[in-house]
Design a protein around this ligand. Sequence first.
Ligand code: FAD
Ligand code: SF4
Length: 485
Amino acid sequence: MGKITGFIDYKRLNEKNKPVKDRVLNYKEFTVPLTEINKNHQGSRCMDCGIPFCHSACPLGNLIPDFNDYVHRNLWKRALEILHATNNFPEFTGRLCPAPCEKSCVLGITDKPISIENIEKNIVEKGFTEGWIKAQSPKERTSNSVAVVGSGPAGLATAQQLNRAGHQVTVFERDDEIGGLLRYGIPNFKLEKEIIDRRVNILKQEGISFITNAHIGKNYAIEKLNDFDAIILCGGATERRSLPTKGIDATGVEQAMDYLTQQTKLLFGKKIDDKQISAKDKNVIVIGGGDTGSDCVGTANRQGAKSVTNFEIMPKPPAHRSKKTPWPYWPLQLKTTSSHKEGCDRNWLINTKEFVTDKNGNLTGLKTIEVEWKIKPGERPELIEKKGTEKIWPCDLALLALGFTGPETSLSDKLGLKLDERNNYKAKNYQTNVPHIFTAGDMRRGQSLIVWAINEGREAARAIDIYLTGNSDLPIKGEGDLPNI
Ligand SMILES: Cc1cc2nc3c(=O)[nH]c(=O)nc-3n(C[C@H](O)[C@H](O)[C@H](O)COP(=O)(O)OP(=O)(O)OC[C@H]3O[C@@H](n4cnc5c(N)ncnc54)[C@H](O)[C@@H]3O)c2cc1C
Ligand code: SF4
Protein backbone atom coordinates (compact mmCIF):
# COMPACT_ATOMS: atom_id res chain seq x y z
CA MET A 1 0.00 0.00 0.00
CA GLY A 2 1.58 3.23 -1.19
CA LYS A 3 -0.08 6.06 0.68
CA ILE A 4 -1.50 5.16 4.05
CA THR A 5 -3.72 8.26 4.21
CA GLY A 6 -4.71 8.23 0.52
CA PHE A 7 -8.36 7.47 1.20
CA ILE A 8 -8.52 10.42 3.62
CA ASP A 9 -6.54 12.84 1.46
CA TYR A 10 -8.38 12.30 -1.83
CA LYS A 11 -12.04 12.06 -2.72
CA ARG A 12 -13.29 9.78 -5.45
CA LEU A 13 -13.24 11.52 -8.82
CA ASN A 14 -15.23 10.21 -11.78
CA GLU A 15 -14.51 11.01 -15.39
CA LYS A 16 -16.79 13.79 -16.55
CA ASN A 17 -19.07 13.36 -19.55
CA LYS A 18 -19.23 15.89 -22.37
CA PRO A 19 -22.43 18.01 -22.26
CA VAL A 20 -25.54 16.23 -23.51
CA LYS A 21 -26.21 18.84 -26.21
CA ASP A 22 -22.81 18.10 -27.79
CA ARG A 23 -22.59 14.36 -27.36
CA VAL A 24 -25.96 13.52 -28.88
CA LEU A 25 -24.78 15.08 -32.15
CA ASN A 26 -22.58 12.08 -32.86
CA TYR A 27 -21.88 8.45 -31.89
CA LYS A 28 -18.45 8.95 -30.33
CA GLU A 29 -17.45 8.09 -26.77
CA PHE A 30 -17.88 11.20 -24.63
CA THR A 31 -15.90 10.81 -21.39
CA VAL A 32 -13.19 13.32 -20.45
CA PRO A 33 -10.14 11.64 -18.82
CA LEU A 34 -8.83 12.75 -15.42
CA THR A 35 -5.50 14.56 -15.23
CA GLU A 36 -2.43 12.35 -14.79
CA ILE A 37 -1.92 13.36 -11.14
CA ASN A 38 -5.56 12.72 -10.34
CA LYS A 39 -5.27 9.26 -11.86
CA ASN A 40 -2.38 8.52 -9.45
CA HIS A 41 -4.41 9.91 -6.52
CA GLN A 42 -7.35 7.68 -7.33
CA GLY A 43 -5.05 4.63 -7.13
CA SER A 44 -3.72 5.81 -3.79
CA ARG A 45 -7.22 5.78 -2.24
CA CYS A 46 -7.01 1.96 -2.15
CA MET A 47 -6.52 0.83 1.46
CA ASP A 48 -5.05 -2.56 0.52
CA CYS A 49 -7.38 -4.06 3.13
CA GLY A 50 -6.51 -7.44 4.64
CA ILE A 51 -9.27 -9.23 2.74
CA PRO A 52 -9.83 -7.45 -0.59
CA PHE A 53 -13.50 -8.22 -1.22
CA CYS A 54 -13.18 -6.44 -4.59
CA HIS A 55 -10.84 -9.20 -5.73
CA SER A 56 -13.38 -11.95 -5.10
CA ALA A 57 -16.30 -9.85 -6.38
CA CYS A 58 -14.58 -9.50 -9.78
CA PRO A 59 -15.56 -12.50 -11.91
CA LEU A 60 -12.01 -12.52 -13.30
CA GLY A 61 -10.38 -12.29 -9.88
CA ASN A 62 -8.53 -9.16 -10.98
CA LEU A 63 -5.66 -8.31 -8.61
CA ILE A 64 -7.11 -4.91 -7.83
CA PRO A 65 -5.15 -3.69 -4.77
CA ASP A 66 -1.91 -4.55 -6.60
CA PHE A 67 -2.65 -2.52 -9.74
CA ASN A 68 -4.07 0.33 -7.66
CA ASP A 69 -0.78 0.53 -5.78
CA TYR A 70 1.29 0.63 -8.97
CA VAL A 71 -0.93 3.38 -10.37
CA HIS A 72 -0.40 5.36 -7.17
CA ARG A 73 3.36 4.93 -7.57
CA ASN A 74 3.17 5.97 -11.22
CA LEU A 75 4.45 2.51 -12.27
CA TRP A 76 1.91 2.11 -15.06
CA LYS A 77 3.71 -0.62 -16.97
CA ARG A 78 3.73 -2.86 -13.92
CA ALA A 79 0.09 -2.07 -13.28
CA LEU A 80 -0.61 -3.16 -16.86
CA GLU A 81 1.23 -6.46 -16.39
CA ILE A 82 -0.79 -7.20 -13.26
CA LEU A 83 -4.05 -6.29 -14.99
CA HIS A 84 -3.33 -8.32 -18.10
CA ALA A 85 -2.36 -11.31 -15.95
CA THR A 86 -6.04 -11.95 -15.20
CA ASN A 87 -7.92 -9.98 -17.87
CA ASN A 88 -7.31 -10.34 -21.61
CA PHE A 89 -9.35 -7.28 -22.56
CA PRO A 90 -9.42 -4.58 -19.86
CA GLU A 91 -10.30 -2.00 -22.53
CA PHE A 92 -13.77 -3.62 -22.72
CA THR A 93 -14.38 -4.17 -19.01
CA GLY A 94 -12.80 -0.79 -18.12
CA ARG A 95 -15.55 0.86 -20.20
CA LEU A 96 -18.54 -1.43 -19.86
CA CYS A 97 -18.34 -3.54 -16.73
CA PRO A 98 -21.03 -2.86 -14.10
CA ALA A 99 -18.10 -3.16 -11.68
CA PRO A 100 -19.33 -5.52 -8.95
CA CYS A 101 -15.86 -4.99 -7.46
CA GLU A 102 -16.72 -1.40 -6.55
CA LYS A 103 -19.92 -2.48 -4.81
CA SER A 104 -17.88 -4.68 -2.49
CA CYS A 105 -15.00 -2.24 -1.92
CA VAL A 106 -14.35 -1.91 1.84
CA LEU A 107 -13.96 1.86 1.54
CA GLY A 108 -17.50 1.88 0.13
CA ILE A 109 -18.88 1.06 3.60
CA THR A 110 -18.11 4.57 4.88
CA ASP A 111 -17.15 6.56 1.77
CA LYS A 112 -17.27 6.35 -2.00
CA PRO A 113 -15.48 3.21 -3.29
CA ILE A 114 -12.26 3.19 -5.27
CA SER A 115 -12.93 3.98 -8.95
CA ILE A 116 -11.61 0.56 -9.95
CA GLU A 117 -13.23 0.37 -13.37
CA ASN A 118 -11.87 3.73 -14.45
CA ILE A 119 -8.40 2.90 -13.12
CA GLU A 120 -8.55 -0.27 -15.21
CA LYS A 121 -9.41 1.74 -18.33
CA ASN A 122 -6.63 4.24 -17.64
CA ILE A 123 -4.05 1.47 -17.23
CA VAL A 124 -4.90 -0.25 -20.51
CA GLU A 125 -5.21 3.01 -22.45
CA LYS A 126 -1.77 4.08 -21.17
CA GLY A 127 -0.49 0.68 -22.33
CA PHE A 128 -1.77 1.23 -25.86
CA THR A 129 -0.60 4.87 -25.99
CA GLU A 130 2.89 3.97 -24.83
CA GLY A 131 3.10 1.01 -27.22
CA TRP A 132 3.53 -1.49 -24.37
CA ILE A 133 0.76 -3.78 -25.60
CA LYS A 134 2.35 -5.91 -28.29
CA ALA A 135 1.65 -9.28 -29.83
CA GLN A 136 3.08 -12.12 -27.74
CA SER A 137 3.33 -15.20 -29.91
CA PRO A 138 3.97 -18.57 -28.28
CA LYS A 139 7.57 -19.76 -28.29
CA GLU A 140 6.56 -23.25 -29.43
CA ARG A 141 3.60 -24.56 -31.40
CA THR A 142 1.81 -27.84 -30.75
CA SER A 143 0.24 -29.90 -33.54
CA ASN A 144 -3.24 -29.39 -32.08
CA SER A 145 -5.83 -27.25 -33.79
CA VAL A 146 -8.93 -25.68 -32.23
CA ALA A 147 -11.96 -24.13 -33.91
CA VAL A 148 -13.63 -21.30 -32.00
CA VAL A 149 -17.18 -20.59 -33.20
CA GLY A 150 -18.20 -17.02 -32.33
CA SER A 151 -15.97 -13.98 -31.85
CA GLY A 152 -17.55 -12.24 -28.86
CA PRO A 153 -15.51 -11.70 -25.70
CA ALA A 154 -15.82 -15.40 -24.75
CA GLY A 155 -14.52 -16.60 -28.14
CA LEU A 156 -11.72 -14.03 -28.23
CA ALA A 157 -10.54 -14.83 -24.68
CA THR A 158 -10.57 -18.57 -25.42
CA ALA A 159 -8.65 -18.00 -28.64
CA GLN A 160 -5.94 -15.87 -27.04
CA GLN A 161 -5.41 -18.30 -24.15
CA LEU A 162 -5.27 -21.39 -26.39
CA ASN A 163 -2.90 -19.60 -28.76
CA ARG A 164 -0.66 -18.78 -25.80
CA ALA A 165 -0.60 -22.51 -25.03
CA GLY A 166 0.79 -23.00 -28.56
CA HIS A 167 -2.28 -24.51 -30.23
CA GLN A 168 -3.37 -23.45 -33.71
CA VAL A 169 -6.55 -21.47 -33.33
CA THR A 170 -9.11 -20.44 -35.96
CA VAL A 171 -12.05 -18.21 -35.03
CA PHE A 172 -15.22 -18.47 -37.17
CA GLU A 173 -17.70 -15.60 -37.13
CA ARG A 174 -20.96 -15.33 -39.08
CA ASP A 175 -20.96 -11.52 -39.03
CA ASP A 176 -18.77 -9.49 -41.37
CA GLU A 177 -16.73 -8.18 -38.42
CA ILE A 178 -15.20 -9.65 -35.28
CA GLY A 179 -16.50 -8.80 -31.79
CA GLY A 180 -19.93 -10.37 -31.18
CA LEU A 181 -22.24 -8.10 -29.23
CA LEU A 182 -19.34 -5.70 -28.65
CA ARG A 183 -19.45 -4.97 -32.38
CA TYR A 184 -23.12 -4.83 -33.35
CA GLY A 185 -25.00 -4.85 -30.04
CA ILE A 186 -23.30 -2.25 -27.87
CA PRO A 187 -23.49 1.18 -29.54
CA ASN A 188 -20.42 3.08 -30.70
CA PHE A 189 -20.94 5.82 -28.11
CA LYS A 190 -20.35 3.23 -25.37
CA LEU A 191 -17.53 1.38 -27.17
CA GLU A 192 -15.88 2.84 -30.25
CA LYS A 193 -15.30 0.01 -32.66
CA GLU A 194 -11.65 0.96 -33.24
CA ILE A 195 -11.08 -0.31 -29.70
CA ILE A 196 -12.07 -3.80 -30.87
CA ASP A 197 -10.02 -3.54 -34.10
CA ARG A 198 -6.94 -2.49 -32.12
CA ARG A 199 -7.12 -5.68 -30.05
CA VAL A 200 -8.07 -7.98 -32.92
CA ASN A 201 -5.02 -6.79 -34.86
CA ILE A 202 -2.83 -7.92 -31.98
CA LEU A 203 -4.56 -11.30 -31.84
CA LYS A 204 -3.92 -11.71 -35.58
CA GLN A 205 -0.24 -10.83 -35.13
CA GLU A 206 -0.07 -13.46 -32.37
CA GLY A 207 -1.04 -16.05 -34.97
CA ILE A 208 -4.79 -16.53 -34.52
CA SER A 209 -6.73 -16.95 -37.79
CA PHE A 210 -10.09 -15.27 -38.26
CA ILE A 211 -12.72 -16.25 -40.80
CA THR A 212 -15.70 -13.88 -41.01
CA ASN A 213 -19.01 -14.33 -42.89
CA ALA A 214 -18.76 -18.00 -41.90
CA HIS A 215 -22.07 -19.05 -40.40
CA ILE A 216 -21.31 -22.53 -39.10
CA GLY A 217 -24.14 -24.88 -39.98
CA LYS A 218 -25.56 -22.49 -42.57
CA ASN A 219 -23.24 -21.09 -45.25
CA TYR A 220 -20.22 -22.93 -43.77
CA ALA A 221 -20.73 -26.70 -43.43
CA ILE A 222 -20.36 -27.99 -39.91
CA GLU A 223 -18.48 -31.03 -41.29
CA LYS A 224 -15.61 -28.74 -42.24
CA LEU A 225 -14.83 -28.49 -38.52
CA ASN A 226 -14.17 -32.26 -38.34
CA ASP A 227 -10.46 -31.74 -38.97
CA PHE A 228 -10.03 -29.76 -35.75
CA ASP A 229 -8.86 -31.58 -32.61
CA ALA A 230 -11.29 -29.58 -30.48
CA ILE A 231 -14.15 -27.19 -31.06
CA ILE A 232 -15.49 -24.54 -28.73
CA LEU A 233 -18.89 -22.96 -29.28
CA CYS A 234 -19.11 -19.35 -28.08
CA GLY A 235 -22.20 -18.37 -30.07
CA GLY A 236 -23.86 -16.16 -27.44
CA ALA A 237 -27.49 -16.20 -26.29
CA THR A 238 -29.22 -14.12 -28.89
CA GLU A 239 -32.76 -15.56 -29.15
CA ARG A 240 -34.83 -12.42 -28.57
CA ARG A 241 -37.90 -12.34 -26.36
CA SER A 242 -41.03 -10.96 -27.99
CA LEU A 243 -44.34 -9.65 -26.66
CA PRO A 244 -47.21 -11.81 -27.93
CA THR A 245 -49.72 -8.98 -27.72
CA LYS A 246 -52.34 -7.64 -30.10
CA GLY A 247 -50.73 -5.54 -32.83
CA ILE A 248 -47.21 -6.96 -32.41
CA ASP A 249 -46.86 -7.23 -36.22
CA ALA A 250 -47.62 -3.53 -36.75
CA THR A 251 -45.26 -1.45 -38.90
CA GLY A 252 -43.22 0.45 -36.31
CA VAL A 253 -42.75 -2.36 -33.77
CA GLU A 254 -39.14 -3.47 -33.94
CA GLN A 255 -36.68 -5.64 -32.05
CA ALA A 256 -34.05 -3.57 -30.22
CA MET A 257 -31.20 -5.70 -31.56
CA ASP A 258 -32.24 -5.08 -35.19
CA TYR A 259 -32.36 -1.36 -34.45
CA LEU A 260 -28.97 -1.21 -32.68
CA THR A 261 -27.23 -3.42 -35.25
CA GLN A 262 -28.54 -1.33 -38.15
CA GLN A 263 -27.36 1.92 -36.60
CA THR A 264 -23.81 0.68 -36.08
CA LYS A 265 -23.70 -0.75 -39.61
CA LEU A 266 -24.91 2.56 -41.08
CA LEU A 267 -22.35 4.47 -39.04
CA PHE A 268 -19.61 2.49 -40.77
CA GLY A 269 -21.15 2.83 -44.22
CA LYS A 270 -22.25 -0.78 -44.42
CA LYS A 271 -25.18 -2.13 -46.37
CA ILE A 272 -28.23 -3.07 -44.35
CA ASP A 273 -30.65 -5.76 -45.50
CA ASP A 274 -33.91 -4.05 -44.58
CA LYS A 275 -35.33 -0.55 -44.65
CA GLN A 276 -33.73 1.69 -42.04
CA ILE A 277 -35.51 1.83 -38.67
CA SER A 278 -35.25 5.49 -37.78
CA ALA A 279 -36.38 7.36 -34.67
CA LYS A 280 -36.13 10.77 -36.34
CA ASP A 281 -39.06 13.03 -35.37
CA LYS A 282 -40.90 10.06 -33.87
CA ASN A 283 -42.45 9.36 -30.49
CA VAL A 284 -40.35 6.40 -29.45
CA ILE A 285 -41.21 3.95 -26.67
CA VAL A 286 -38.57 1.51 -25.52
CA ILE A 287 -40.10 -1.50 -23.76
CA GLY A 288 -37.60 -2.96 -21.30
CA GLY A 289 -35.46 -1.18 -18.73
CA GLY A 290 -32.14 -3.06 -18.98
CA ASP A 291 -28.84 -2.37 -20.75
CA THR A 292 -30.32 -2.99 -24.19
CA GLY A 293 -33.21 -0.60 -23.48
CA SER A 294 -30.79 2.07 -22.29
CA ASP A 295 -28.72 1.67 -25.47
CA CYS A 296 -31.90 2.17 -27.54
CA VAL A 297 -32.67 5.37 -25.60
CA GLY A 298 -29.19 6.77 -26.37
CA THR A 299 -29.47 5.78 -30.03
CA ALA A 300 -33.00 7.24 -30.45
CA ASN A 301 -31.86 10.56 -29.01
CA ARG A 302 -28.93 10.64 -31.40
CA GLN A 303 -31.24 9.95 -34.33
CA GLY A 304 -33.37 12.98 -33.37
CA ALA A 305 -36.46 11.37 -31.78
CA LYS A 306 -39.32 13.72 -30.91
CA SER A 307 -39.75 12.00 -27.53
CA VAL A 308 -38.24 8.95 -25.85
CA THR A 309 -40.16 6.99 -23.22
CA ASN A 310 -39.08 3.86 -21.40
CA PHE A 311 -41.36 1.19 -19.87
CA GLU A 312 -40.34 -1.35 -17.27
CA ILE A 313 -42.70 -3.96 -15.86
CA MET A 314 -40.77 -4.35 -12.60
CA PRO A 315 -40.96 -1.88 -9.68
CA LYS A 316 -38.57 1.07 -9.50
CA PRO A 317 -35.54 -0.11 -7.52
CA PRO A 318 -34.43 1.87 -4.46
CA ALA A 319 -32.00 4.75 -5.05
CA HIS A 320 -29.64 3.38 -2.40
CA ARG A 321 -28.54 -0.08 -1.31
CA SER A 322 -31.47 -1.82 0.37
CA LYS A 323 -31.28 -3.96 3.50
CA LYS A 324 -32.00 -7.00 1.32
CA THR A 325 -28.61 -6.66 -0.36
CA PRO A 326 -26.16 -5.52 2.35
CA TRP A 327 -22.50 -4.85 1.62
CA PRO A 328 -20.55 -6.62 0.08
CA TYR A 329 -23.38 -8.09 -2.05
CA TRP A 330 -24.34 -6.74 -5.44
CA PRO A 331 -27.15 -4.29 -4.63
CA LEU A 332 -30.51 -4.14 -6.33
CA GLN A 333 -30.43 -0.41 -6.95
CA LEU A 334 -31.74 2.15 -9.42
CA LYS A 335 -29.34 2.51 -12.35
CA THR A 336 -29.40 5.77 -14.23
CA THR A 337 -27.15 5.55 -17.27
CA SER A 338 -25.62 8.36 -19.32
CA SER A 339 -28.22 7.52 -21.99
CA HIS A 340 -31.10 8.03 -19.54
CA LYS A 341 -29.63 11.44 -18.68
CA GLU A 342 -29.76 12.42 -22.36
CA GLY A 343 -33.54 12.58 -22.21
CA CYS A 344 -36.02 9.86 -21.36
CA ASP A 345 -39.31 9.59 -19.54
CA ARG A 346 -38.92 6.44 -17.41
CA ASN A 347 -41.95 4.52 -16.18
CA TRP A 348 -42.04 1.48 -13.91
CA LEU A 349 -44.79 -1.08 -13.14
CA ILE A 350 -46.35 -0.70 -16.55
CA ASN A 351 -47.44 -3.42 -18.98
CA THR A 352 -48.16 -3.08 -22.70
CA LYS A 353 -51.56 -4.52 -23.58
CA GLU A 354 -51.83 -3.59 -27.24
CA PHE A 355 -49.94 -2.00 -30.13
CA VAL A 356 -52.55 0.34 -31.57
CA THR A 357 -52.50 0.84 -35.34
CA ASP A 358 -54.21 2.88 -38.04
CA LYS A 359 -56.16 1.14 -40.80
CA ASN A 360 -52.95 0.56 -42.77
CA GLY A 361 -51.32 -1.35 -39.92
CA ASN A 362 -48.97 1.48 -38.92
CA LEU A 363 -48.28 1.88 -35.22
CA THR A 364 -49.94 4.95 -33.70
CA GLY A 365 -49.89 4.22 -29.99
CA LEU A 366 -49.39 1.82 -27.12
CA LYS A 367 -52.19 0.80 -24.80
CA THR A 368 -50.87 0.12 -21.31
CA ILE A 369 -52.05 -0.78 -17.86
CA GLU A 370 -50.41 -0.22 -14.50
CA VAL A 371 -49.45 -3.37 -12.59
CA GLU A 372 -48.28 -4.52 -9.19
CA TRP A 373 -46.48 -7.65 -8.05
CA LYS A 374 -48.02 -9.79 -5.33
CA ILE A 375 -45.30 -11.58 -3.40
CA LYS A 376 -46.26 -14.90 -1.79
CA PRO A 377 -43.54 -16.73 0.18
CA GLY A 378 -42.29 -19.80 -1.66
CA GLU A 379 -44.17 -18.96 -4.87
CA ARG A 380 -43.36 -17.01 -8.02
CA PRO A 381 -44.47 -13.35 -7.73
CA GLU A 382 -47.90 -12.78 -9.29
CA LEU A 383 -48.53 -9.92 -11.72
CA ILE A 384 -51.75 -8.06 -10.92
CA GLU A 385 -53.24 -5.49 -13.32
CA LYS A 386 -54.71 -2.37 -11.68
CA LYS A 387 -58.23 -1.87 -13.00
CA GLY A 388 -59.04 1.51 -14.52
CA THR A 389 -55.41 2.45 -15.21
CA GLU A 390 -55.47 1.82 -18.97
CA LYS A 391 -53.79 4.56 -20.98
CA ILE A 392 -52.94 5.18 -24.65
CA TRP A 393 -49.48 6.61 -25.32
CA PRO A 394 -48.84 8.17 -28.74
CA CYS A 395 -46.06 6.17 -30.37
CA ASP A 396 -44.76 5.62 -33.91
CA LEU A 397 -41.72 3.50 -33.06
CA ALA A 398 -41.80 0.83 -30.33
CA LEU A 399 -38.53 -0.95 -29.58
CA LEU A 400 -38.66 -4.34 -27.88
CA ALA A 401 -35.76 -4.63 -25.45
CA LEU A 402 -37.16 -7.54 -23.48
CA GLY A 403 -34.06 -9.63 -23.06
CA PHE A 404 -33.08 -12.94 -24.55
CA THR A 405 -34.56 -16.39 -24.01
CA GLY A 406 -31.28 -18.25 -24.58
CA PRO A 407 -28.90 -19.44 -27.29
CA GLU A 408 -29.94 -20.49 -30.79
CA THR A 409 -30.22 -24.27 -30.92
CA SER A 410 -29.29 -24.96 -34.54
CA LEU A 411 -25.75 -25.98 -33.54
CA SER A 412 -26.86 -28.15 -30.61
CA ASP A 413 -29.43 -29.87 -32.84
CA LYS A 414 -26.89 -30.61 -35.58
CA LEU A 415 -24.13 -31.71 -33.21
CA GLY A 416 -26.33 -33.72 -30.83
CA LEU A 417 -25.53 -31.53 -27.82
CA LYS A 418 -27.64 -31.49 -24.67
CA LEU A 419 -29.21 -28.34 -23.25
CA ASP A 420 -29.63 -27.59 -19.55
CA GLU A 421 -32.90 -26.83 -17.76
CA ARG A 422 -32.64 -23.16 -18.81
CA ASN A 423 -32.10 -24.11 -22.47
CA ASN A 424 -28.45 -23.11 -22.43
CA TYR A 425 -25.77 -25.42 -23.83
CA LYS A 426 -25.04 -27.99 -21.15
CA ALA A 427 -21.45 -28.56 -20.14
CA LYS A 428 -19.37 -29.90 -17.30
CA ASN A 429 -16.23 -27.84 -16.84
CA TYR A 430 -17.07 -26.33 -20.28
CA GLN A 431 -17.09 -29.77 -21.98
CA THR A 432 -20.36 -30.81 -23.63
CA ASN A 433 -21.68 -34.37 -23.91
CA VAL A 434 -19.56 -34.73 -27.10
CA PRO A 435 -16.03 -34.93 -25.65
CA HIS A 436 -14.13 -32.79 -28.19
CA ILE A 437 -16.79 -30.04 -28.21
CA PHE A 438 -16.70 -27.34 -25.54
CA THR A 439 -18.83 -24.26 -24.92
CA ALA A 440 -18.43 -20.98 -23.02
CA GLY A 441 -19.87 -17.49 -22.52
CA ASP A 442 -23.53 -16.57 -22.92
CA MET A 443 -24.17 -19.75 -24.88
CA ARG A 444 -23.40 -21.76 -21.74
CA ARG A 445 -24.59 -19.38 -19.00
CA GLY A 446 -27.34 -17.38 -20.75
CA GLN A 447 -27.24 -13.64 -21.53
CA SER A 448 -24.78 -12.18 -19.05
CA LEU A 449 -21.85 -9.77 -18.97
CA ILE A 450 -18.59 -9.19 -20.81
CA VAL A 451 -16.54 -9.86 -17.70
CA TRP A 452 -18.18 -13.27 -17.28
CA ALA A 453 -17.68 -14.07 -20.96
CA ILE A 454 -13.94 -13.33 -20.67
CA ASN A 455 -13.71 -15.42 -17.52
CA GLU A 456 -15.51 -18.35 -19.14
CA GLY A 457 -13.26 -18.12 -22.20
CA ARG A 458 -10.15 -18.27 -20.01
CA GLU A 459 -11.40 -21.21 -17.97
CA ALA A 460 -12.64 -23.10 -21.02
CA ALA A 461 -9.25 -22.64 -22.72
CA ARG A 462 -7.58 -24.30 -19.76
CA ALA A 463 -10.09 -27.17 -19.89
CA ILE A 464 -9.39 -27.64 -23.62
CA ASP A 465 -5.64 -27.49 -23.07
CA ILE A 466 -5.93 -30.27 -20.48
CA TYR A 467 -8.17 -32.28 -22.86
CA LEU A 468 -5.58 -31.95 -25.66
CA THR A 469 -2.35 -32.38 -23.74
CA GLY A 470 -3.18 -33.92 -20.36
CA ASN A 471 -2.20 -30.84 -18.36
CA SER A 472 -2.06 -27.06 -18.65
CA ASP A 473 0.13 -24.14 -17.68
CA LEU A 474 -2.70 -21.71 -18.44
CA PRO A 475 -3.64 -19.84 -15.28
CA ILE A 476 -6.55 -20.62 -13.03
CA LYS A 477 -8.89 -17.82 -11.99
CA GLY A 478 -7.41 -15.03 -9.91
CA GLU A 479 -3.82 -16.21 -10.24
CA GLY A 480 -3.11 -15.10 -13.76
CA ASP A 481 0.15 -15.31 -15.68
CA LEU A 482 1.88 -13.25 -13.04
CA PRO A 483 4.89 -11.32 -14.22
CA ASN A 484 8.11 -11.76 -12.32
CA ILE A 485 8.13 -8.48 -10.38
C1 FAD B 1 -27.46 -4.19 -26.38
C2 FAD B 1 -26.58 -4.88 -25.39
C3 FAD B 1 -25.82 -4.12 -24.52
C4 FAD B 1 -24.99 -4.74 -23.60
N1 FAD B 1 -24.24 -3.96 -22.77
C5 FAD B 1 -23.39 -4.54 -21.89
C6 FAD B 1 -22.59 -3.75 -21.03
O1 FAD B 1 -22.65 -2.53 -21.03
N2 FAD B 1 -21.74 -4.40 -20.18
C7 FAD B 1 -21.63 -5.77 -20.15
O2 FAD B 1 -20.81 -6.30 -19.40
N3 FAD B 1 -22.38 -6.55 -20.96
C8 FAD B 1 -23.26 -5.97 -21.82
N4 FAD B 1 -24.05 -6.76 -22.63
C9 FAD B 1 -23.90 -8.23 -22.56
C10 FAD B 1 -22.63 -8.68 -23.30
O3 FAD B 1 -22.51 -8.03 -24.54
C11 FAD B 1 -22.64 -10.20 -23.49
O4 FAD B 1 -22.82 -10.82 -22.23
C12 FAD B 1 -21.32 -10.71 -24.11
O5 FAD B 1 -21.06 -10.08 -25.35
C13 FAD B 1 -21.37 -12.23 -24.30
O6 FAD B 1 -20.23 -12.65 -24.97
P1 FAD B 1 -20.18 -14.02 -25.81
O7 FAD B 1 -18.83 -14.05 -26.39
O8 FAD B 1 -20.62 -15.14 -24.95
O9 FAD B 1 -21.30 -13.87 -26.93
P2 FAD B 1 -21.61 -12.74 -28.06
O10 FAD B 1 -20.95 -11.44 -27.73
O11 FAD B 1 -23.06 -12.77 -28.20
O12 FAD B 1 -20.88 -13.31 -29.33
C14 FAD B 1 -21.36 -14.47 -29.98
C15 FAD B 1 -20.89 -14.46 -31.40
O13 FAD B 1 -21.10 -15.74 -31.98
C16 FAD B 1 -21.50 -15.57 -33.33
N5 FAD B 1 -22.18 -16.79 -33.76
C17 FAD B 1 -23.30 -17.35 -33.23
N6 FAD B 1 -23.61 -18.49 -33.89
C18 FAD B 1 -22.68 -18.65 -34.86
C19 FAD B 1 -22.47 -19.65 -35.86
N7 FAD B 1 -23.29 -20.70 -35.99
N8 FAD B 1 -21.42 -19.50 -36.70
C20 FAD B 1 -20.56 -18.44 -36.57
N9 FAD B 1 -20.72 -17.47 -35.64
C21 FAD B 1 -21.76 -17.58 -34.78
C22 FAD B 1 -22.40 -14.35 -33.27
O14 FAD B 1 -22.56 -13.74 -34.54
C23 FAD B 1 -21.64 -13.47 -32.29
O15 FAD B 1 -20.72 -12.64 -32.96
C24 FAD B 1 -24.92 -6.16 -23.54
C25 FAD B 1 -25.71 -6.93 -24.40
C26 FAD B 1 -26.53 -6.30 -25.31
C27 FAD B 1 -27.38 -7.13 -26.21
S1 SF4 C 1 -13.49 -6.48 -14.65
FE1 SF4 C 1 -15.29 -5.46 -13.74
S2 SF4 C 1 -15.46 -6.44 -11.71
FE2 SF4 C 1 -13.41 -6.92 -12.46
S3 SF4 C 1 -12.06 -5.28 -11.65
FE3 SF4 C 1 -12.74 -4.63 -13.70
S4 SF4 C 1 -14.54 -3.36 -13.32
FE4 SF4 C 1 -14.21 -4.58 -11.46
